[in-house]
Design a protein around this ligand. Structure first.
Ligand SMILES: [Fe+2]
Length: 284
């Protein structure tokens, strides 16, 4: 396949690329392979000044891969406004904490894209960690120690960060959500490795509670060091795409009253966290 070389520059040395292009070029699909490649290497692609409607966003997303369709359709509106986000507004606060999307699945989404529609005067920056870089820079002995560890992921743990005093009803609902055990180190098909850390990480299998908490918290501190992080300062019509299999993300706290709204499209993945589950059915 012929690709036209895109103009792109590093946003930080280890994570994120700023790509210069326009809507017709994105919709043509001619940059799709190169964009996937940049996402693989740099975890995040940011493109400024792309004014597009929802149908165009979905059409562009389809050039990159298969788009997830949920009960709200192909576009999910990220906002605290219940009218625009009936299924997620109540738990939107959980996105203020570092996470990988959908650790409740064996096969998480490959990535997502957000386009900025309404912003807040302060806060609301989205931050990304390159989880490949965070793994690569670990000492050799540490890599060896972590290599075969497994971690229990529960959405209840993620929600407790955001809502430390839940009602009995909230707690009971969270406890019904799927729990998964994933490797701490994702051994990708490509031969590269990344850390699987998230606000859903609950305990390390085989370690006692204290050791487990200490390890997860130390690794989170390690992975969120400035050299592994890109912070996106949003402007209207920014389009940001991230590789969920090689990045962790969060949004900085913001005041919900300004109606901040970003439109998200999610690209389905095909690589399980655990390579021994290569043949499980993909869940959408
Ligand atoms: Fe997320």
């Amino acid at each position: 396949m012929t690709t036209t070389s895109l103009t792109h520059t590093d946003l930080t040395p280890r994570v994120g690329s700023l790509v210069e292009t326009d809507l017709p070029a994105l919709l043509s699909g001619r940059h799709a392979a190169e964009l996937r490649q940049i996402l693989e290497e740099r975890s995040v692609v940011a493109i400024r000044g792309i004014e597009m409607d929802d149908a165009q966003q979905v059409a562009f997303a389809r050039t990159l891969g298969e788009v997830e369709s949920s009960v709200v359709g192909d576009i999910y509106k990220v906002t605290f406004d219940k009218k625009d986000n009936p299924i997620g507004a109540a738990t939107n606060r959980a996105t203020f904490f570092w996470h990988i999307d959908r650790t409740d699945l064996d096969v998480p989404p490959f990535g997502s894209m957000l386009s900025a529609k309404v912003l807040t005067p302060t806060g609301g920056q989205t931050q990304f960690v390159n989880t490949y870089a965070a793994y690569d820079d670990l000492a050799a002995e540490e890599k060896e120690r972590l290599d075969d560890l497994k971690v229990l992921h529960c959405l209840e743990t993620a929600f407790l960060d955001a809502f430390p005093n839940p009602s009995d009803k909230q707690r009971a609902a969270w406890q019904l959500m799927p729990k998964k055990i994933h490797p701490l180190v994702w051994h990708h098909r490509s031969g590269r490795n990344s850390l699987v850390l998230s606000n859903s990480a609950t305990s390390v299998v085989g370690l006692d509670t204290e050791e487990s908490r200490a390890l997860l918290s130390r690794l989170l501190d390690w992975a969120t060091q400035p050299q592994f992080v890109y912070t996106h300062e949003w402007a209207i019509n920014d389009l940001v795409i991230w590789n969920n299999t090689g990045a962790m993300h969060r949004v900085r706290e913001y005041d919900p009253h300004y109606g901040r709204r970003l439109h998200r499209t999610t690209l389905l993945g095909d690589e399980p966290f655990d390579s021994s589950k290569e043949h499980v059915d993909r869940e959408a």
